[in-house]
Design a protein around this ligand. Structure first.
Ligand SMILES: CC(=O)N[C@H]1[C@@H](OP(=O)(O)OP(=O)(O)OC[C@H]2O[C@@H](n3ccc(=O)[nH]c3=O)[C@H](O)[C@@H]2O)O[C@H](CO)[C@H](O)[C@@H]1O
Ligand SMILES: [Mn+2]
Length: 268
């Protein structure tokens, strides 16, 4: 499938010409921000994350990394290619890993409204336990985009692990939902990512006030957001492959992969 029912492109290898797209984005002098979070024990991932992004993420374009961390000293000083910069932003961590992952929405929203709006045109928000293994370029950019989850891209809606309690602000009814998107990779123009992060943060706060938390935390709220605010581009699971999902032939390029982690080692 290369087009969603609302005619948003679904980006797979072979569906675009990167040379043409690069030309278009260079003409516009586009600047791209990449946010990630390194809180508590997740510092083990950051060096590989940055080094692999230097090799494969938006090669030849202007890139600003925004790394949120509770430990500035944990961020390695790596050599960046021309036109690329790294900014480390100090934040305080939360005790529960669920709060750490969910609060990313608020921190990204505030970063956008405070300044990023003047620094970059697009912003891409990703987990730090990823490794870039192959080219991720301007073909991903659009007003607002999400990525298909490697476990669910071939499954039917009934199998999707959406939040099903109707009192939750992340609720999706059984007979609705287009795709199951991952929580760990989304992006778009700064204006649209502001809307998404603001909406998801408010939804999470609304649920917190009645003492509930959606099944898959921020990921559940992202799925709900995309149901009612359809993404303008959808990235195939090439853009975040998890080898736990196997190695199907249809996913020719695994451009971004999950770095396997021992939950007991990083999350306690
Ligand atoms: C690939 C993908 O779709 N990942 C999503 C998935 O689980 P994951 O198991 O991939 O979540 P995760 O443990 O990677 O946490 C998300 C991210 O939060 C940051 N972090 C988290 C905990 C911590 O102690 N320190 C820290 O820095 C870090 O950048 C990490 O990559 O579901 C989560 C919610 O349940 C989030 O929606 C993740 O984005
Ligand atoms: Mn992750």
């Amino acid at each position: 499938m290369t087009l969603s029912p609302w005619l948003a492109p679904i980006v797979w290898d072979g569906t675009y010409n990167l040379d043409i797209l690069n030309e278009q984005f260079h003409q516009r002098g586009v600047r791209i921000g990449l946010t990630t979070f390194v809180i508590r024990k997740y510092k083990i991932f950051i060096q590989n994350f940055l080094q692999s992004a230097e090799k494969f993420f938006m090669t030849g374009h202007k890139v600003s990394y925004y790394v949120f961390t509770d430990d500035i000293n944990a961020i390695p000083n790596i050599n960046l290619r021309e036109g690329r910069s790294l900014e480390v932003l100090k934040v305080t961590g939360y005790k529960r890993w669920q709060d750490i992952t969910m609060r990313r929405m608020q921190l990204i929203r505030d970063l956008i409204s405070e300044r990023v709006i003047n620094e970059v045109d697009y912003i891409v928000c990703v987990d730090v336990d990823f490794e870039f293994r192959d080219s991720v370029g301007v073909e991903i950019l659009s007003d607002i985009f999400g990525v298909l989850h490697s476990d669910y891209f071939e499954k039917k809606r009934q199998a999707f692990t959406y939040e099903r309690r109707d009192i939750s602000a992340g609720y999706i009814p059984n007979d609705e939902g287009d795709f199951y998107y991952i929580g760990g990779f989304f992006g778009g123009t700064v204006k649209e990512v502001y809307k998404l992060t603001n909406h998801c943060h408010n939804a999470m706060m609304q649920d917190k006030a009645i003492n509930i938390e959606a099944l898959w935390h921020d990921e559940s709220y992202v799925n709900r957001y995309f149901l009612y605010h359809k993404p303008t581009k959808i990235l195939s699971p090439e853009y975040t492959w998890n080898y736990f999902s196997g190695n199907p032939a249809v996913v020719k390029r695994k451009r971004v992969v999950h770095v396997p982690k021992q939950y007991s080692e990083v999350r306690d």
